[in-house]
Design a protein around this ligand. Sequence first.
Ligand code: F6P
Length: 327
Amino acid sequence: MEKQVKRIGILTSGGDAPGMNAVIRSVVRSATTRGIECVGIRRGYSGLISGDVIRLDSDSVSRIINRGGTMLYTARCEEFMTEMGQSKAAATCKQFGLDGIVAVGGDGTFRGLLALSKHGVSVVGIPATIDNDISCTDYCLGYDTAANTAVEAIDRLRDTMQSHERCSVVEVMGHRAGHLALYVGLATSATAVLIPEKEFDFEKDVVENIIKARLGGRTHFMIIVAEGAGSAVEIGDKIREELALDTRVTILGHIQRGGSPSARDRVTAASMGYEAVKVLAEGKTNRVIRSVSGKFDNIDIAEALNMKKGLDQEQYEVLEGITGIYH
Ligand code: F6P
């Protein structure tokens, strides 16, 4: 017997990611089709505490599928970490008659959902972060777009590095994980990729690789550094010192978080939003929607938060195999 779900709320929390608008659209449209009302909570959990709630219908989410950012704004909320903040948020859910909350974000967002569920609110999480570092899922919304943005920027850098016979050191986001840097490094045929999951030796992994590439006839070099692996500025300084190479450093930064979502992110958003509404409509709670081997399902939040995500070993092996310069 399905629980009667009449109204749900959606919020986006933590760092934004391309595809957040597309997933808001999917949740609202999937709910509407089932006769469930939907409201948007603005500025993540702080909006849930203050009651910053707007009505969403099919029309309010028109023409946002292609837009980066999030129409609901996002925030990281200190107050929500406290018992008092969580009680206020639960009171808002009661006040607006919300039978469930869908929160889009990363691990911090899911920890927030877990806390909220302890106050009797039904909750579902949708993974969205350009870092792709959420353990329970193969794929997080925004990753594909961010990777393509970085690849496009690096292709442009390569043009000018080639003309001037320079070395480019590019810092890619990813927080403490190297998924984005490894993927982007593979896509751009980097001379070296430095990621936090693999301890690196500057002489062996950077200097030797550049020398080998130079001996192989290359006149320009591309070093990709995951932000969690170290500072691109420091690596650039060391390359200049040791190899007397004309070196330029680029920190791609928040450029990677913006922009129109790729087809993959829009389609993933559609599926994840649909699944989230289905889970709530079926009377389930404390679930995270995930993608495993190309299929969507859901998993208990506490279980999801206890999982560990390692580097994609296959991708790393391909990097080693193609370049032949890694040990
Ligand atoms: O988690 C997404 C992310 O963009 C990370 O890659 C990065 O370390 C962090 O957020 C940056 O956060 P902020 O937007 O607060 O500078």
